[in-house]
Design a protein around this ligand. Structure first.
Ligand code: GLY
Ligand code: MN
Ligand code: MN
Length: 488
């Protein structure tokens, strides 16, 4: 009798825990996140507190929300991946009414068996203490009663509330309520319900200072972060290689997108770092082309593929441009070689101390000179016309990651991504029209130079053409035309 009661109690108390054994165990550790909070605290001014809110839940349509993605700063500092949470990191120790001393506190959404059956497990305050290592963690329903005297701080640092955040009327401590309660506690100057843009410090409210602090922190990657980025990059290189093998004229842009993304999933990447860009011919000229609509890519076209797997929060950002039929035409090859040379000129100076501006200049000079030699640029006014973007940015938890944009430093992870885009109707010989090339690689900055993380994705004309001759497991993956399936 006693025995069966225990089984029943176990079933009632842990109906969802049986699923947990399937979860990955190689996430960033709680020590990593704690160390990041300690590093943030060290950078905070005297007598201050930094406040971070979780990302809002966004509605897609009716009763379906977009897949939730945590705010990267919040994830970096906590490891918490659920919505409706707020984190306080204090410069100095605070004393609670019961005498407890603490210098950080996290409020999270409470456990709720009924909601968890629909939308997945929640850590709750206990899970956050046990798994994420917070000593001071509470359900967000307690936030209203949290009575730190905010007027005593010289500075309260937070990001201004620029996003619209919906109120869930079923929940009195969702993000909307947490932000409203916070605003009331700190006397946020938001009269008439109008959200202010970033303003200078009002009394002790500082809505501008956190950016620079988080740029300095997140721009330099730790070894744990590097291992996550390496994995995301390796997975994304595999996607590029498999597509090179599988590519055939007549495929659709979306089908090619699907092969990349299938490979990402095969290696357990949870997400994409950004919407996949797969543009054939002229579509490659649209820098962030995400329609990926074209149903039949033609044998004469190049296809530009800019995709990044996101693994445990960290993303790659890799672009390859390849000929649909497996061989670059003379014109395609000439343009491709200019872009490749531009990237290599930047790689030659890619080391600590070089500025982002110098990297960009190295790629621009090479592209402009190359296009002038081909007669595509005819006068100095046209320079940069066919290369209208910067060459380099940090990657990490964001594809355009936080970081400082002055000099390269050891343990930054950046992209170098020159491109040339010649749209239909451009003022040059028609033979160049519709050629769009971007080559984008990911690099760890080392003491002496760089480690080329995305070396696994074929990049030279010779290596791409060789990869495209390799057999693919997808060669025999032929689906029937819909409506013409064989019936048994
Ligand atoms: N995939 C976006 C970029 O290359 O910056
Ligand atoms: Mn990029
Ligand atoms: Mn990219």
């Amino acid at each position: 009798m006693k025995h069966s009661f225990l089984i029943l109690a176990w079933l009632v108390a842990f109906p969802l825990f049986s699923q947990n054994s399937d979860l990955p165990t190689d996430f960033l550790t709680k020590d990593f996140h704690k160390d990041r909070r300690d590093k943030l605290r060290a950078k905070l001014p005297q007598n201050s507190v930094a406040v971070f809110f979780a990302n809002p839940v966004r509605n897609r349509a009716n009763d379906v929300d977009f897949v939730y993605h945590q705010d990267p700063d919040f994830f970096y500092l906590t490891g918490y991946k659920e919505p409706d949470a707020v984190l306080f990191v204090f410069k100095e120790k605070q004393t609670a009414n019961n005498g407890t001393q603490y210098n950080e506190i996290l409020f999270v959404q409470p456990r709720n068996e009924a909601r968890e059956q629909w939308t997945g497990r929640r850590l709750g305050e206990k899970g956050v203490k046990d798994l994420l290592g917070f000593e001071q963690a509470f359900n967000n329903t307690e936030f209203k009663r949290y009575d730190v005297n905010f007027s005593k701080f010289d500075k309260i640092l937070f990001y201004d509330f620029l996003n619209d955040v919906r109120n869930d009327p079923r929940d009195s401590s969702d993000l909307f309520d947490l932000q409203a309660q916070f605003k009331a506690k700190v006397n946020y100057p938001n009269k008439n319900g109008v959200t202010l843009a970033v303003e200078p410090i009002k009394n002790n409210l500082d809505m501008a200072g956190l950016d620079a602090i988080m740029d300095e922190l997140r721009g330099i990657k730790t070894p744990e972060e590097l291992s996550m980025v390496r994995k995301a990059v390796q997975i994304s290189c595999m996607g590029q290689l498999e597509v090179m093998k599988a590519m055939k004229p007549g495929m659709s842009e979306r089908e090619i997108q699907g092969i990349h993304e299938f490979v990402f999933k095969k290696y357990q990447a949870e997400d994409l770092g950004y919407p996949s860009i797969v543009g054939a011919g002229h579509n490659g000229c649209i820098l962030h082309y995400i329609d990926n609509y074209k149903p039949n890519i033609s044998t004469k076209e190049l296809i530009l593929m800019d995709l990044g797997a996101e693994f445990h929060g960290y993303t790659a950002d890799i672009t390859r441009t390849i000929p649909v039929n497996g061989k670059f035409s003379p014109e395609q090859k000439l343009i491709y070689e200019i872009v490749l040379k531009a990237q290599e000129e930047a790689m030659k100076i890619c080391k600590p101390g070089t500025t982002f501006r110098e990297l960009t200049a190295a790629t621009r000079v090479t592209v402009n000179k190359g296009l002038a030699e081909l007669g595509i640029i005819k006068n100095p006014d046209e320079k940069n016309t066919y290369y209208p973007h910067g060459c380099c940015h940090h990657i990490g938890l964001d594809v355009h990651d936080k970081g400082t944009y002055d000099k390269l430093q050891e343990n930054m992870i950046i992209t170098i991504e020159p491109g040339i885009y010649i749209p239909e109707g451009a003022p040059c010989d028609k033979k160049w029209w519709g050629i769009a090339v971007r080559i984008e690689d990911d690099y760890l900055i080392t003491k002496e130079g760089y480690d080329h993380l995305s070396i696994g994705a074929p990049r030279t004309v010779k290596d791409i053409e060789a990869a495209m001759k390799l057999p693919s497991a997808l060669d025999n993956f032929i689906l029937p035309e819909l409506g013409k399936e064989k019936k048994n």
